[in-house]
Design a protein around this ligand. Sequence first.
Ligand SMILES: [Zn+2]
Length: 287
Amino acid sequence: MIRRKKTIKSTNNQSPLTCKTSRAKPCDGLKNKCSPVNCGENHANPLSISNSLPHLCWFAAPDIDEPTLIGGDIAIKSWADRNADPCTTSGCLWGKWSDGKVYIPYYIASHFSSREQAIITRGLESFSSVSCIRFRPYQNGDRDWLSIESRNGCYSYVGRLGGGQTVSLSHQGCLYHSTVQHELLHALGFNHEQTRSDRDNHIQVYWENIMDGMDYNFYKIDTLNQGTPYDYNSVMQYEKYAFSKNNLPTMMPIPNSNVSFGQATQMSKNDIDRLNRLYKCCKYMGV
Ligand SMILES: [Zn+2]
């Protein structure tokens, strides 16, 4: 509803909630920096997370009202104030209610079609059966909430920011079940699988194949891994050509280079396990 939308005040220096996506394609004018797969074009596998990331190009020419992105789709307010940690130590977890559930208000912008809204809603509701996370529509008085909008690419902040925070699911390349879950997991406090602290035991990074200036997307983070193993099938794992400048792999699994990875179409069991551990969803652990 438009009126209600106007009553919602966006915080954290974000722009008003009205989507001002102006580019016909997220990567127009940036072809020299964007491979087709990164621009969300020529999807070999439309369900693959990394093939639906027009935002990978976004960093090269951010809109003036958009947040800074790291790791392709992780938004930060500035380089200094957030380290993209799962953030259990910095208070960015969403609060749990006395009934043991974590209620997270959301608002879905009206510019999504009914089909797109159905995809988003399915993604939101997919957490209910496997965890204590409950996404529910925004209500007046809610203090913190997700504003799900089609902005310039697919991106999210890591963890709860306080107030309204944007989860961008662009019409162009982000409306897939796996992508919705991926961005919501960021909002819940999770980073990309390939930045895990233990990734060097499971993934070899080919720095020479990475687009110029994009190395930081592969920097390890001192993540809290919740005792779960590295998971090639995590919905948070990019595929092996992510950020490639020469169509050669930027990542390969080790020791077995034949293992497929980065092709998740939905949250893996490990994704769910670590979510339940992070939020202490006791009733759902081991499900
Ligand atoms: Zn991401």
